[in-house]
Design a protein around this ligand. Structure first.
Ligand code: ATP
Ligand code: MG
Length: 433
């Protein structure tokens, strides 16, 4: 069983990863992006360490998958940074030092009481229902719970009540958080509150319970509202688990009280949870999630939709047949694995540019640009990418061969054994998304 100390390490690692990702995605400057990269890297190292020490097989295998998934993302972040500028080494060292100091500060801050301003999502997330590949049942349930009661409140009277708790569960990278984002985008007029266990769990006794209480008070005062709790298993793990510290037990009980709406009215408050470990959730809390929806790996149609959607945003030479072939080859890949693979393939042409020793000038849309050529080309100039001015390099479109080149190293992150566990749990407690 996981010990509280190990659980703490896992949370710290996840926190670093989330913080890093957020900095990287939202960072306006190269420096901030790099800080995000370094934070995430530290988080990956710590998650990897945790996965080695965790004695319980479920948790161990999941941590391994997640570590792999995050390392793939990290590699792409690295490539992105490398493709932008070659950064001076000493500058990197300065940032790294500064970062290590910042990390402790960030964790310290996260351990303070919940910061209300940070959890209400005000900005547009711009994820729409049509961005989601497949998962029709999940989309339908969410619409029933969120959109319909708002737009047609008169339909929900008497015995017809909207869902108040929905749990999305399944392997990593299948779109659970993505679905929640679509919910936030599409539910105009609803307050969307997004929290993760890291936001709610404080190292100070009693503080986490207060945070949960405040969270629900906030949701009730701003209804209609959705509380999205990512990685809900960390808050609501099985009572009997010897890994639960007293602090966690208090959190779980408080969550149960709030969830049941004892002494308060939870009308028009939807609790949306997401987890990779549905079996780790306490049975009393599980019951409060009236809809438990399995978010599986994408099927052929879903994979094809994802590939087509992603490639629409990137210049490429793939034919429809090649996209179909790719969708066939990617059986067993999660949505996020597929995105990673596409990003990796997109970098292939950049890698070629980085290694190239000969370029020639060509005219592209009335502009002179440099393109890679062989040394024997009569117009070849012996130069490298570094000596060509920014904006003068022609980046070729992605080829189908680029995908074939990266396929052997981009493996699916979810194993067959894990899928069986989700299927079993679905048979017992869930429904297909
Ligand atoms: N069905 C899908 N449709 C569209 N995009 C998807 C889908 N599944 C995954 N993705 C892509 O993969 C990325 C990761 O998905 P997301 O973060 O929602 O996974 P998750 O299920 O929450 O994983 P975890 O359990 O690890 O938190 C998304 O940002 C999205 O781009
Ligand atoms: Mg998620």
């Amino acid at each position: 069983m996981s010990t509280p100390a190990l659980e703490q390490n896992r949370k710290k690692a996840i926190l670093l990863i989330h913080q890093g990702k957020k900095l990287f995605m939202g960072g306006k400057t190269y420096e901030i992006k790099q800080q995000g990269f370094l934070l995430m890297k530290q988080g990956c190292i710590e998650l990897n360490q945790y996965s080695k020490e965790e004695p319980q097989e479920d948790y161990k295998s999941l941590a391994k998958q997640k570590t792999y998934q995050y390392y793939c993302e990290l590699e792409q972040m690295k490539q992105y940074l490398l493709s932008k500028v070659e950064f001076a080494k000493d500058q990197q060292n300065i940032i790294q030092d500064k970062n290590l100091k910042n990390q402790n500060q960030i964790i310290e801050n996260q351990n303070q009481r919940i910061n209300i301003d940070n959890i209400i999502i005000k900005e547009k997330l711009n994820v729409f229902w049509e961005d989601i590949a497949g998962l029709e049942q999940a989309k339908q349930s969410l619409k029933e719970a969120v959109i319909l009661p708002l737009q047609h409140p008169n339909l929900f009277q008497g015995t017809l009540k909207p869902w108040t708790g929905i749990l999305l569960y399944g392997p990593p990278g299948t779109g659970k958080t993505f679905l929640a984002k679509a919910c936030a985008t599409e539910s105009h007029g609803t307050t969307f509150i997004s929290v993760s266990s890291a936001d709610l769990i404080s190292k100070y006794s009693g503080e986490s319970e207060k945070s949960i209480k405040e969270l629900f008070q906030l949701a009730r005062s701003k209804k209609p509202s959705i509380i999205f709790i990512d990685e809900v298993d960390s808050l609501a793990s099985d009572r009997e688990s010897s890994g639960s510290s007293d602090n966690l037990k208090g959190v779980k009980n408080q969550l149960l009280i709030e969830f049941q709406g004892i002494g308060s009215n939870n009308d028009q408050v939807l609790i949306l949870g997401a987890t990779n470990l549905p079996w780790a959730i306490d049975s009393a809390i599980r019951r409060r999630f009236e809809q438990r929806i399995y978010i599986p790996l994408p099927d052929y149609k879903g994979r094809f939709y994802l590939i087509q959607n992603q490639l629409r945003k990137t210049p490429n030479c793939l034919t429809l047949d090649q996209m179909k072939e790719l969708a066939n080859k990617l059986d067993g890949y999660s949505g996020s694995d597929i995105n990673n693979l596409i990003r990796d393939a997109s970098l292939e042409q950049l890698r070629i540019l980085q290694k190239a020793t000969h370029f020639k000038r060509v005219q592209i849309q009335n502009q002179m640009k440099y393109t890679v050529c062989s040394a024997s080309d009569p117009q070849a100039e012996k130069i490298t990418m570094k000596s060509i001015e920014k904006g003068q390099i022609f980046v070729p479109e992605i080829l189908y061969d680029d995908f074939l080149a990266v396929l052997p190293k981009c493996k699916p992150s979810v194993s067959k054994g894990d899928l069986e566990k989700y299927e079993d749990w679905t048979q017992q407690f869930g429904q297909k998304g």
